[in-house]
Design a protein around this ligand. Sequence first.
Ligand code: PLP
Ligand code: COI
Length: 342
Amino acid sequence: MEKKNIDWENLGFGYIETEKRYVSNFKDGAWDEGMLTAEANVVMSECACVLQYAQTIFEGMKAYTTEKGQIVIFRPDLNAKRMADSAKRLEMPVFPEERFVDAVVKVVEANKAYVPPYGSGATLYLRPFMFGSNAVIGVKPADEYQFRVFATPVGPYFKGGVKPLTICVSDFDRAAPHGTGNIKAGLNYAMSLHAIVTAHKNGYDENMYLDAATRTKVEETGGANFLFVTKDGKVVTPKSDSILPSITRRSLMAVAKDYLGLEVEEREVYFDEIKDFAECGLCGTAAVISPVGKIVDHGKEICLPSGMNQMGEITKKLYDTLTGIQMGRIEAPDGWIKVVEA
Ligand code: PLP
Ligand code: COI
C-alpha cells in the first residue's frame, strides 16, 4: 500500500482530513449498524443539543507503525471504557465497548495510507466522539446521537518536540469538586480556551490547574496529567476525583514499577511540594511525556533541577520505555497492544 505524500517528519499537531471515518446513529433507543463514510461534514438541526448545551464527549488515542512494520493501537479498550463513563455522566447512551474498538480498527484499516512510517516521529491520531444531535430547547438530554471516529496524522503536541516546557499556575479553575473534570467532555475544554490563550499570550506553554476548592493541590493541565519524580527517584502522580484518568499516566506508572523497578505513588500533591521534586512531566496521548523545566506562580519561578535543555533522567527512561512498547521495540504487557495489520 502506497503511503500518502506527507512530510511526516515535520507534521505538527493539526487536523488533516483523511479518506474514511466511521459513523453510527442512535435513534428510537438503539444504535444502527454503523458504517465507514467519505463524508467529513456533519449536518444537523440548529437546535441540536450539542450546539445549545454542549452535550458532547470524545476520546483521543493513537495508531503506530512498529519497528517490524505492523500497525498497532495502544490500549483502545481503556478509551472505550472511559467513553462509556463520560456518556453516563452526560446522560448519553453508551456506545458498546467492543463496537468502539471495532470502529477504531476499521478507521485505521481504511486510512492505512495515512499511518505515519516507523521512525518518522509522527503517529495516526484517532478521535472517537459522540454528540446529541436532535433539537432540544428545554434543558434535557437529546434523544438522538451520533458516534463518529476520524483519523488524522499528527506530529508532536508541543512545538519543539521534547524541549522542556515552561508552564504557569492558572488563575482559572478547570473543574469543580463533583463536577465533570474526570470525564472527557467538550465542555471541559471550552472553559480552558480563555485560560490557554491567556497563558500563551504571557509566553507560557501550558497551564497548571490547582484544585478548585482549596487551590493548594496540583490537578492537571488542559490536556495532560502530571508526573513528578522525587530526588530519591520515586514517581509521584496527583490523585484527584476531578482530573481525567489518563491512560498514558496509568501506563507510565505500570512501566515505572514493573519495567524500571521504581517506587510509584498516586497521592494528593501539594503545590508547595513542587520545589522539592527533581523532575516533572506532562503525560497524555498527545503529550506522550513532555518534560517541564519551569513552573511560574505569579512571577515566582520554580526551576526543576532537570533544567531547560533536556528531559530528566527518569522522565527519559519512562519516555523511552513507553514509546518502545508502543513502537514494538519492547515487549508489551498482555493486552496493551491491538494489532490492526499483522
Ligand atoms: N488530561 C486531560 C485533560 C486530557 O485531555 C488528556 C488527554 O486525553 C489527558 C489528561 C491524558 O489522557 P490520556 O493519557 O488518556 O490521553
Ligand atoms: C489527547 O491527548 O488525546 C487529548 O485529547 C488532549 C488534547 C488536548 C489534544
